[in-house]
Design a protein around this ligand. Structure first.
Ligand code: PGA
Length: 248
């Protein structure tokens, strides 16, 4: 059985003091969960989050982006080694907000995924279609193209160190969640594509887009959905906890 993963994406929210308070509050609430819990925090919170969770095996910390170059004249960017230097474990790559507002392409996403893996970071690779693409009936074709390009050049070994998140853009931060059937259909198509590319499909594929305590269970118990990437509902421990503990 594939593991279930619940990852929070704090986006540009939370200060170090909020981070420490959050970790203190979430810790006892998810202690007994058998699901993997990851919190992807702003760069300025990484040190504090990792410091708190260092000896806590059930809380994992990630960043939300990085550059693919190792160092150099890239003002304002963070390198893979900078992330590993603070013992960061995961990194979100290719979130739709990065693609939309910061011109990330499948080519740069692919370079970042490869750079992350080379440095021992585990990428959470995000794909998803726009509302226009969905309405035109192209959702599956769009995500399959993204998957093929974003994972180009990866080995089967690499596959065991990545997580894929399917996040339909029209469902992110809008309160509109994909139905469990729609999410399952696309995630199954992604799994088929991964199997075609790697002759193996043993990779967690998460759903993201307005996940909340009310819809977590119905989504995460679909056969191909292995958990969620949670934005807004990951900012409050008492709300996020209910999503992590969807199976209780
Ligand atoms: P949301 O964000 O849960 O607030 O819709 C999800 C995401 O962008 O990862």
């Amino acid at each position: 059985m594939r593991r279930k993963v619940i990852a929070g994406n704090w986006k540009m929210n939370m200060l170090p003091s909020d981070t420490i308070k959050f970790m203190e509050e979430i810790d006892p609430l998810v202690k007994d969960s058998k699901n993997e819990v990851i919190l992807c925090v702003p760069f300025t919170d990484l040190f504090y989050a990792i410091n708190y969770t260092r000896d806590i095996p059930y809380l994992h910390i990630g960043a939300q982006n990085m550059h693919y170059e190792e160092s150099g004249a890239f003002t304002g960017e963070i390198s893979p080694e900078m992330l590993t230097s603070v013992e960061c474990e995961y990194v979100i790559i290719g979130h739709s907000e990065r693609r939309q507002y910061f011109n990330e392409t499948d080519e740069s996403v692919n370079l970042k995924v490869k750079a992350a893996l080379k440095h021992g970071l585990k990428p959470i690779v995000c794909v998803g279609e726009t509302l226009e693409q969905r309405e035109a009936g192209n959702a599956i074709q769009v995500v399959n193209t993204q998957i093929t390009k974003d994972l180009d050049g990866l080995t089967l070994d690499d596959l065991s160190n990545i997580i894929i998140a399917y996040e339909p853009i029209w469902a992110i931060g809008t309160g509109k969640t994909a139905t469990k059937e729609d999410a399952e259909e696309v995630i199954k198509a992604i799994r088929d594509m991964v199997r075609e590319l790697f002759s193996n499909d043993d990779v967690p594929i998460l759903y993201g887009g307005s996940v909340k305590p009310e819809n977590a269970k119905e989504l995460f118990t679909m056969p191909n959905i292995d958990g969620g990437l949670v934005g807004g509902a990951s900012l409050k421990p008492d709300v996020f906890e209910k999503i992590v503990n969807f199976d209780k």
